[in-house]
Design a protein around this ligand. Structure first.
Ligand SMILES: Cc1cc2nc3c(=O)[nH]c(=O)nc-3n(C[C@H](O)[C@H](O)[C@H](O)COP(=O)(O)O)c2cc1C
Length: 242
């Protein structure tokens, strides 16, 4: 995918060049003709040429977000529903993505874990303020493999691994002291040697059925492009009113 990206960037620059020739984009109407978003590829007809695969577009945008966002470009809102159908939303960190889906890690007995066990479907929303862009993703959710979760867990700092053992995420906590005590107990337990991944801590993969790219434009005439996975496995692409 990186090779595809390099080839595309090489042939038509960072995706801004065709604004005026190809399509009106109100954000380009400022004094410099630049929308101030560091040349991230946009959603003009030119930018979307050959973008039949939303993962390529996502990779472009995510790379630019990692350069431009001061903190946590991988932060995303994760929406689930409870057993009464009431939506629930919280932030998590995107820890991996490819054509199979978008992965985050958590405590499986947390509220989100319980909700996903009962209803394994979710929606994600990434918002990059400095780029004035968002990406929305919806689809079924599946657990990552044990091997994948083990690899990621072992890549975390030692104290984060101990914290995972100490936290009964989303359960009532009597006091801050009780948490510190739990951390001390686990620190003593794992004083020497490796720290295995708890069986109540792992990752989920959201397998996208739809991915929508949104880009701010002047006068609220924003760009929206919705990709939908078709039965044959290919992606359809539809532009939406803002
Ligand atoms: C920027 C940010 C990133 C976060 N990333 C994670 C994460 O990757 N995994 C996680 O379990 N909680 C993460 N949290 C904490 C969650 O938002 C939430 O408080 C916690 O997971 C409990 O949610 P739940 O009770 O709905 O299960 C993050 C919070 C913020 C603000």
């Amino acid at each position: 995918m990186a090779a595809i990206m390099a080839a595309e960037q090489g042939t038509r620059g960072p995706g801004i060049r065709c604004f005026h020739a190809q399509e009106t984009n109100a954000m380009a109407d400022n004094a410099t003709g630049d929308n101030g978003d560091n040349g991230a590829p946009g959603l003009t007809r030119c930018d979307l040429e050959d973008m039949d695969n939303p993962f390529i577009l996502f990779e472009h945008w995510f790379e630019y977000a990692q350069k431009s966002e001061p903190e946590d470009a991988n932060a995303m809102a994760l929406a689930t529903v409870d057993d009464a159908g009431l939506p629930d939303v919280r932030m998590v960190l995107l820890k991996g993505y490819n054509e199979a889906g978008f992965v985050f890690y958590t405590n499986l007995t947390s509220r989100k874990g319980v909700e996903l066990a009962a209803n394994p479907k979710a929606a994600l929303c990434l918002h990059w303020k400095s780029l004035r862009r968002q990406v929305r993703i919806r689809g079924p959710v599946e657990p990552v493999s044990h091997a994948e979760a083990d690899d990621y867990f072992q890549s975390r700092p030692r104290l984060s691994r101990i914290g995972a053992w100490a936290s009964r995420q989303s359960q009532p906590l009597e006091s801050r002291f009780a948490l510190e005590k739990a951390v001390a107990v686990q620190t003593a337990r794992f004083a020497a040697g490796s720290i295995p991944r708890p069986d109540f801590w792992s990752g989920y993969r959201i397998v996208p059925e739809t991915i929508e790219f949104w880009r701010e434009a002047a006068f609220r005439l924003h760009d929206r492009v919705l990709y939908r996975r078709e039965a044959a496995g290919n992606w359809s692409r539809t532009r939406l009113y803002p």
